[in-house]
Design a protein around this ligand. Structure first.
Ligand code: PMP
Length: 309
């Protein structure tokens, strides 16, 4: 049987149960201080193969483990147990559609922001509907937010922890208040970093350019994927510091991430970049979705077919 969103099965503290039966203490450090680390892992239904593919599952688990190490949260589950929990939860819901799998390790109990126990994990998949290609979404009108991106000397953007998203929220809320779709952050050096939940790329003279991993960005799996797909296509890729005004005169730009896939940026601070999806953005978008759906022969190692296991 299939489950609706409000009755879906999640993995919680070692068991698969109805989402309504998963309870944590409201005073837990995860609720009070965002003391958790997580992954949003994309899964795509490939109807030709009758298969649900999880995209770059092992890379997501490795990043979760790095975030846990940096935050000193030990969820007591090893790599293989985390992988099994994810696969078992998808199977328990019998998904045959595109999904996003939230996998979170958190500090429960009555402790403070300094506590590291009791810690545990949940895995909560949710259906995500059509891909960005099917929606035929328009591009984004972005602003440079007046809030700076957190940096490694304050709260590292390399850690995918709940608390970091308060910085994202400040930028996103400012963008929406001022009539934009989303924002791009400058880092503490005043250089381009990333979006609130995505990485930034621009294209100039057929070259793909993105900020360095030390420019206050998450070590994004989509960013890495886009770089590899661009190299496959014979494009030059540059990871370098980017100035704000370079965006205003870029040939094309896009934001990317597991949730937004590849979404074109049409304007920044009302400077128009393009009025329709640029040709390199379009080409990378198609390559990305093909890879995520297990259709790219070169990158079969990026996908895990759930119903094979
Ligand atoms: N930056 C931030 C701040 C994000 O939240 C995300 C989404 N996880 C990304 C970049 C993109 O990361 P990924 O490609 O691994 O989803």
């Amino acid at each position: 049987m299939k489950y609706d969103v409000e009755n879906r099965r999640i993995w919680f503290k070692g068991e698969i149960l109805n989402v309504n039966d998963a309870k944590i203490n409201i005073l837990a450090p995860t609720s009070q201080f965002g003391l958790n680390v997580f992954e949003g892992i994309p899964g795509y239904w490939n109807s030709d193969n009758g298969q649900l593919y999880i995209f770059r599952l092992e890379d997501h688990i490795k990043r979760l483990e790095k975030s846990m190490k940096l935050m000193q949260i030990d969820a007591s589950y090893g790599f293989d147990e985390i992988k099994k929990a994810i696969i078992d939860t998808i199977k328990a819901n019998e998904y045959d559609e595109n999904i996003s799998i939230r996998t979170t390790t958190f500090v429960d109990g009555f402790g403070s922001w300094g506590s590291s126990e009791p810690s545990d994990m949940f895995v909560a998949p949710i259906s995500r509907g059509k891909t960005s290609a099917e929606y035929n979404k328009k591009g984004l009108n972005c602003c440079i937010t007046s809030w700076r991106r957190i940096d490694d000397t304050v709260l590292s953007p390399r850690i995918k922890c709940g608390a970091n998203y308060i910085n994202s929220r400040m930028g996103q809320r400012e963008a929406l208040r001022n009539g934009y779709d989303t924002c791009i952050f400058l880092n503490s050096q005043g250089k381009i970093s990333e979006g609130p939940g995505s990485c930034f790329f621009m294209i100039k003279n057929n070259k793909i350019i993105t900020p360095k991993l030390t420019d206050s960005v998450l070590e994004s799996i989509t960013r890495d994927t886009v770089i590899k797909l661009a190299l496959d296509a014979g494009l030059d890729v540059e990871e370098r510091t980017i100035d704000r005004t370079e965006l205003y005169v870029a040939d094309e730009a896009f934001l990317c991430g597991s949730a937004m896939e590849i979404t074109p940026v049409y304007s920044v601070d009302r400077y128009e970049i393009t009025s329709e999806v640029g040709k390199i953005t379009k080409m990378l978008h198609k390559k990305y979705l093909d890879a995520a759906m297990g259709k790219d022969k070169l990158h079969q190692d990026w996908v895990t077919g759930v119903y094979d296991l």
